[in-house]
Write a protein that binds this ligand. Structure first.
Ligand code: SF4
Length: 265
């Protein structure tokens, strides 16, 4: 899928003096994932099992639903890269990362974005919880592939981020609350939504809701969980668009559609 395509400069190419610590595993994973992807999605004629990977790298999202409960151990940087590998082998083309903190508090995000873009040509959205970025955060942001990077922010914050657009960064509104959006709710069946501790949920709306917990990607292969039809891959009993709730915000298919609509014709 990826290996034959010429690539733009990577995050590590821009980092003077820093050696990409993942150069060896990258090439191994690239070849394995390429084979897996072709087998899963092309050569046997089946559609991709998933299209979108939705990741929460802080506890903020889980706390909304599981305030009283401690989440399990945080995933390591390597764990996240493995999840990206698995998701891409299942056909994922978009990754949205909900940050929920300052970007500088989540340095793993930069490696994840670079890996997804350079190894799999994924489009990535960084869903921010604020409206300002420090100079050091901007420096990392500008090292990513600008054509495949989207800053995703609340409508109230988007205006303050307008200067980013002037500097060549794609900015997308995160909010998914209007009745018109409801008609466009793409089936959660084509999504993998993973929390900071590796728990897999049907989608962001039901992140942390026990009935929609599909398993933990640390213990079981993502492919097995996604393809297990006995699990609840659809949201059937929770109103998806409650005016007071933000849990659909940043939903990957909506961001992908907005990104496509903003492209020049
Ligand atoms: S987060 Fe909301 S919009 Fe997205 S798939 Fe789930 S219910 Fe649908």
């Amino acid at each position: 899928m990826v290996s034959s395509v010429s690539k733009s400069k990577t995050y590590w190419d821009h980092s003077s003096g820093e050696k990409d610590p993942f150069s060896v595993p990258k090439s191994v994973f690239r070849n394995l994932a390429d084979c897996a992807h072709r087998f899963e999605n092309g050569e046997n004629g089946n559609p991709p099992a998933i299209k979108y990977l939705w990741i929460y790298v802080t506890e903020e999202g889980l706390e909304r639903k599981r305030a009283a409960e401690d989440s399990g151990p945080r995933l390591s940087d390597e764990d996240w890269l493995n999840i990206i590998d698995e998701a891409c082998s299942l056909g994922a083309e978009w990754m949205i990362i909900y940050v929920g903190a300052r970007l500088s508090e989540c340095p793993e995000v930069w490696r994840m974005c670079d890996w997804a873009q350079q190894e799999y040509e994924m489009r990535v959205g960084l869903h921010l919880s604020g409206n300002c970025l420090r100079a050091s955060e901007l420096e990392y942001l500008f090292k990513l592939d600008s054509e495949r990077t989207y800053v995703v922010a609340d409508e109230a914050d988007a205006a303050a981020l307008e200067t980013l657009r002037e500097r060549g960064v794609n900015v997308c509104v995160a909010n998914v609350r209007k009745p018109a959006d409801a008609k466009r709710c793409e089936s959660p069946e084509v999504m993998a939504c993973v929390g900071i501790d590796g728990e897999l949920f049907t989608c962001g709306l039901v992140l942390g809701v026990e009935e929609y917990q599909l398993g933990n990607v640390q213990g079981e292969p993502l492919q097995k969980l996604i393809k297990d039809q006995s699990l609840r891959h659809a949201v059937s009993d929770i109103p998806a668009y409650r005016g007071h709730d933000h849990n659909c915000d940043g939903c990957p298919p909506h961001i992908a559609r907005r990104a496509a609509e903003s492209l020049p014709e």
